[in-house]
Structure formats: structure tokens, C-alpha cells
Design a protein around this ligand. Structure first.
Ligand code: NAD
Ligand code: WQD
Length: 336
């Protein structure tokens, strides 16, 4: 069985390539390397001892996709390709609508041409907007609070329409909470370009001296220590969730959303302290004002993923910090 992985050279994509190869599938990756490196794929091959097929192409390019589908017998697709920086999406919304929605429409049209009807899509907890209560369950109301989130919401709607028009499709909408961590080999991990937007890569870059101190955005939230709380999930657990979703897609039809998280919240200071313990390196910090748009806390109910997919997270915050540290220590400049 052959799985096409769009955006497979990226952070979550590369870890998913490892798990999908280890599960015995053939892997074909399409990525334009706009936010990733070819080295990640070489390292996937090193970790697994298996080869994958790589096409450097833009997913919006339907001719390039037709070539990939003609040259390979694709059975299912995992679709990661897209942009993900919330702040940039506010400044440059069209760039996000063009790329994130453009990739999806192009991909679905070529899948249609080749009769491939199984897709696993990278959605996000951001589709819950400002949730009324915790934990967040899949049937809670959806809304968007920034253009990035709106692209995820629209793509979910496009995929629901695709299923409604043809019930032969299998569509898994995986709503990730906060993916962090790295492969335990230390060979692949998160390698953001420029100054990181997200908390964990910021902490790990302070640890290796690329940044001087952590800026904690607000200490007056309604949480145990006043700093924001999120449901961090180890990227390897997340990647294994994609294997379960692919197995589901091979045995079911439907369009179903699944939360992938741990069900537990961790505050900024708890994550910083866990990282200090795991690395033995001090992380100096300053308290800054709140970042606009941030919420007190967010955590998932993952009961549906457990009961329907047979998946649950197994790695804890200490594992996430230990593995991130190993990756960042051995690759202080990421893949650069
Ligand atoms: P990433 O940027 O590391 O990976 C995305 C990959 O897609 C990159 O390799 C990039 O080069 C590629 N890409 C982008 N546009 C493309 C195009 N037009 N054609 C071909 N390739 C293209 O990001 P990630 O953290 O691995 O996220 C993967 C997916 O998961 C994204 O869709 C993201 O929105 C979603 N997601 C991420 C998070 C998170 O916090 N990391 C949370 C929820 C959802
Ligand atoms: C986590 C906590 C910050 C950076 C984002 C997207 C979301 C999803 C995951 C894709 C918050 C605090 C952060 C820093 C800090 N992505 N923080 N100092 O905002 O929960 O989610 O990534 O779908 O859509 O919005 O993650 O890592 O940015 O922040 O204090 O330098 O860390 O205030 O409480 P967030 P994050």
C-alpha cells in the first residue's frame, strides 16, 4: 500500500513518514521545501532503514500532482502541506488562503481524477475558536479567530462537502493540540525558520544560546501559576495517530473529526521547569504582557480517538522535553 504524504519534509510530516514506513506502507512525499529541508527525509531513511520517494513540487500545481499519481499507485493521502504561522496569517491573509486552501482544492481534484478517496487532514485545535468549556470535545461549536484558523475551518468544510457529494470517501480530520518533542534518535525535530513563534522551539533555542531569554506572555491568567496552559502532545504520539487514522480510512467510509492531544494542560512555567530538569540547562525568563488572542487554557478530550481509532498518547511532558533537548543539542541550528 502506498501513502502520499504532502508536506512530508516538515516537522510533523517527517515524524509521520517514520511511523508510516515502520507500519509497512510505501511512502511518497511531495513538498516544495518552503518551510523544510531535504535533510529531514534523508534522516527519515536513516532512522527507518527504508527508502521513500520524494517529489519537490508545489501541491497547488495540478500537473505536478498528476505526474505523481501517474507514476505511483497511491492508495491514500496524508495532507500536511500548508502554512501555519498565526501572526503572519493576520498580516498576509491572502498568502494563507492561496496556499492552504489552494493546496487542498488542487489535491482533491487530482485525487478525484485518479479515484483515490482516502485522506487524513492536518486540522487544528484552533477550529474551536474560543471554547466555552474544557475539555474540548469534537462536537463543540467551531469558529475561527484568525485567518490561519479560518483556512483550517474552510478546509474542514470543503472536505465535508466532498464526502456529502460522494459517500465513498474516507476523510479523517485530525485536530492537533500543541505538538512538540522530537524523534528519540535526535535526528529529526522542529527547525523553524527565523525567530520561533511557538513556546517549545523558543525554549530550546534559549537552551543552546541562540536566544537570550524566554519571554513569558502574561502571568495573570486563570491557571495554577498564572501562565497560559496548553495540551502539549509528543510529535511521535501524534505521528502514530496518523497510522491509526490511515487504518481507519482503509476500513471505513465517512468524514470524522478526532482530537489528538493528551487531555492534560501544562502551563508555560511548568513546561519551562520540566525543560530545565530534562536538559540540566537554565532557561532565564522575563514576564511580558499577554500576547493578543491567547486564552487561559486549552485541553482536549481524546475519548473519541481512543474509542474509534484505538489511539491514545503515551509520552509525557518529561519525554517531550528530553527528546526536544536531544534534537536541539545535537542540531543547534536545526537542519541549517
Ligand atoms: P511545517 O511547516 O514543518 O510542515 C509543512 C510542510 O508543508 C513544510 O515541509 C512545507 O515546506 C510544506 N509546504 C507548505 N506549502 C506547500 C506547498 N504549497 N506545496 C508543497 N509543500 C508545501 O509544519 P508542521 O508543524 O509540520 O505542520 C504540518 C501541518 O499540521 C500544517 O498543515 C499545520 O497547519 C498543521 N498543524 C500544525 C500544528 C503545529 O503546532 N505544528 C498544529 C496544528 C496543525
Ligand atoms: C503556547 C503558550 C503562549 C511563546 C499555536 C497556534 C495553534 C496551533 C499550535 C497550528 C501560550 C505562551 C508562547 C513564547 C510564551 N498551531 N508563549 N512565550 O498559541 O497555544 O497555539 O500553535 O494549528 O493554532 O495558535 O501555541 O506555542 O504559541 O503558545 O509565553 O515565546 O505559550 O502565550 O500560553 P498556541 P504557542
Amino acid at each position: 500500500m502506498s501513502i502520499l504524504i504532502t508536506g512530508g519534509a516538515g516537522f510533523i510530516g517527517s515524524h509521520t513518514c517514520v511511523e508510516i514506513l515502520d507500519a509497512g506502507y510505501d511512502v511518497v512525499v511531495v513538498d516544495n521545501l518552503s518551510n523544510s529541508s531535504r535533510k529531514a527525509l534523508e534522516r527519515v531513511e536513516k532512522i527507518t532503514g527504508k527508502t521513500l520517494k520524494f517529489y519537490e513540487a508545489d501541491v497547488r500545481n495540478t500537473d505536478a500532482l498528476r505526474k505523481i499519481f501517474s507514476e505511483n499507485s497511491i492508495d491514500a493521502v496524508i495532507h500536511f502541506a500548508g502554512y501555519k504561522a498565526v501572526g503572519e496569517s493576520v498580516r498576509e491573509p491572502l498568502k494563507y488562503y492561496d496556499n492552504n486552501i489552494g493546496c487542498t482544492v488542487s489535491l482533491l481534484s487530482v485525487m478525484d481524477e485518479f479515484g483515490v478517496k482516502r485522506i487524513v487532514f492536518s486540522s487544528s485545535a484552533t477550529v474551536y475558536g474560543i471554547p466555552e468549556k474544557m475539555p474540548i470535545t469534537e462536537e463543540m461549536p467551531l469558529s475561527a479567530i484568525n485567518p490561519y484558523g479560518r483556512t483550517k475551518l474552510f478546509i474542514e468544510e470543503i472536505l465535508r462537502d466532498r464526502y456529502n457529494a460522494d459517500n465513498g470517501w474516507s476523510i479523517a480530520l485530525l485536530r492537533y493540540f500543541n505538538p512538540i518533542g522530537a524523534h528519540k534518535s535526535g535526528l529529526i525535530g522542529e527547525s523553524p525558520k527565523g525567530i520561533p513563534n511557538n513556546l517549545m522551539p523558543f525554549i530550546s533555542q534559549v537552551a543552546v544560546g541562540r536566544l537570550t531569554e524566554l519571554h513569558v506572555f502574561g502571568d495573570d491568567y486563570n491557571t495554577s501559576d498564572g501562565t497560559g496552559s496548553r495540551d502539549y502532545i509528543h510529535v511521535v504520539d501524534l505521528a502514530k495517530g496518523h497510522v491509526k487514522a490511515i487504518e481507519w480510512a482503509f476500513t471505513h467510509t465517512g468524514c470524522e473529526a478526532f482530537n489528538l492531544g493528551t487531555g492534560k494542560g501544562t502551563t508555560v512555567m511548568e513546561l519551562r521547569d520540566a525543560f530545565v530538569r530534562a536538559s540540566g540547562v537554565d532557561i532565564p525568563y522575563v514576564i511580558d504582557p499577554r500576547r493578543p488572542g491567547d486564552l487561559d487554557e486549552l485541553y482536549a478530550s481524546c475519548d473519541k480517538a481512543k474509542s474509534v481509532l484505538g489511539w491514545e498518547a503515551t509520552l509525557n511532558i518529561n519525554d517531550m522535553c528530553k527528546d526536544t533537548w536531544l534534537w536541539q543539542r545535537d542540531n543547534p541550528n536545526g537542519y541549517d
